[in-house]
Design a protein. Sequence first.
Length: 129
Amino acid sequence: MSAKDYYEKDFYKELGVGKNATSAEIKKAYRKLARDLHPDKNPGNKRSEDKFKAVSEAYDVLSDDSKRKEYDEARNLMSSGAFRGFPGAGSGAGPGAASEPHPRSENVTNGATRGMTRRRSIGRLLRER
């Protein structure tokens, strides 16, 4: 599961439970949805199959205490804006937002290139000896 999944998908909403739901409530909601959406019960229904997969993924994360804690922490960090505002990150408007490069990024890149060129030149000189 990627970090992107953690902040883009609302697993609580998929299962129809609140963020403070107990393990028993999560399990009960999952079993009901899984029974209703199972592909054997809805053959040929692609929408139902996709929903079943989403519900199963949500249950996989929320039923495991460590995964649930990690998911909750990632969602809280994203909602608080903790991952926005780094230099070169653009406006921080979220995935897919148009962003401008950081004004000093060109200087940093050029400086790094000059440094690499110097190291290569020194390496060549040493090998030629």
